[in-house]
Design a binder for this molecule. Sequence first.
Ligand code: NBP
Length: 471
Amino acid sequence: MQTTQIGIIGLAVMGRSLALNMADHGFIVGGYNRSREVTGTLIKEHPHKNFIPFYDLKELVESQERPRKFLIMVKAGKPVDMVIDQLIPLLDEGDMILDGGNSFFEDTRRREKNLKEKGIYYFGTGVSGGEMGARFGPSIMPGGEKEAYEHIAPILEAISAKAQGEPCCAYMGPDGAGHYVKMVHNGIEYADMQLIAEAYLLLKYAGGFTNQELADIFTEWNEGELKSYLIGITAGIFREKDDFADGELVDYILDSAGQKGTGRWTSLESLKQGVNVSMITAACNARIMSNRVEGRKEAKELIESPKQRLVSDKAKFQEKVRKGLYTAKIAAYAQGFDLLLHASSEYGWNLDYGKIASIFRAGCIIQAEFLDDITRAFEKNRDLKNLMMDSFFREKINMGQESLRDILGPGIQNGIPVPAMSQAVAYIDAFRGTPVGANLIQAQRDCFGAHTYERTDREGIFHHDWRFEHE
Ligand code: NBP
């Protein structure tokens, strides 16, 4: 039997693509899938001299060089625990299990702890970039015991995407760090996509731009500071003709977006950490509202829409939307990295934010030139508390915030929902120290519940005996 260097368990879209990617890079890969026909189909459709199919998990384990390495690529949740339970009796101390699925980081922490007690290394490994990324170079975020990382680094770094020659894979930190970073990456992705959708709505319904014009605008934007994978594909989408009817496909796609849960996890986790990721939450809520297809149809007949008022100067508006989008994007990334900062301290991960931004530069959905600027910001100041405090981004916000405010007006007047952009403005405003009304809230709390308050003019905790008549 040929000796394998890594075993992949779960050969659906992601497992299959990663297996072929590893095989292409010269690694001898053993593959196993619960349903044997999936393995059979894979070798029939993609025969590869470096890929060896297994129909028995024990045989895959026995084929491995030491320390053994297994990459689990099954549906997140219970199936991961089931595969781990099947593997444990077959493994020896020092062997390694990687979970490359979208597992919740708390599950990863639990599994890592349990397996450590058995002498088995466990790496929660975020893999971004979907099927194409997995096949030809994803962004990879492994988290686990640092001393064991050297055993898996050669494989993971070889198959990862490369940005300016550097692998988009780096050790993130202990236990759940890799899956946490992947979760926040997905949350940022939600906000980024929502912002682009809002820019589209503004240009279409307040600017009156056609799909062809939108395609040209996004193509132009993709040559400047907004240059990114998402802006690039958006330009292409506006040009794509429909197969069934006249015009572009985008106009025939139902206005209802799906989600698999990682954005929601980010939002829930932010509340737990006491961190404001309002733009990620706004993006989740926008998808939730979009799913009320029948309800929205019904309400459209009952609740009046404002009259459409197109902007008078299209070119000027277009430029303001570009600047506003870029400014809001800074706020979204600032929120995501702020959550990472708090989590790093809460869980003792010592995350390297500059490194994290650098591995997002290729292979993943949020890849963008902009990430180089984030890396530079954290390299310049490792103790940077918020991206918006970095001199480069501060200046960009100062230059772009007026445009962001200006485009919200036509959006709101035309009845265009712009929740993520609105949250960007609210975040920037609260962040920059403008009054947020908390003095009044403290007064109310003290009035109805004697919750006390602090003062601006003297030290101490105060309670006031509110003299006006109230229940
Ligand atoms: P799926 O998430 O669709 O899972 C299907 C795989 O899980 C099949 O191999 C299936 O085996 C296996 N499986 C299940 Br379901 N229950 C099992 C069990 N109890 N024991 C053993 N195997 C079991 O696959 P995917 O889309 O390739 O994604 C894999 C992971 O990667 C997921 O966590 C996903 O969230 C994540 N991810 C996916 C993408 C993407 O673009 N699809 C991107 C990034 C991350 P069977 O063939 O016998 O049913």
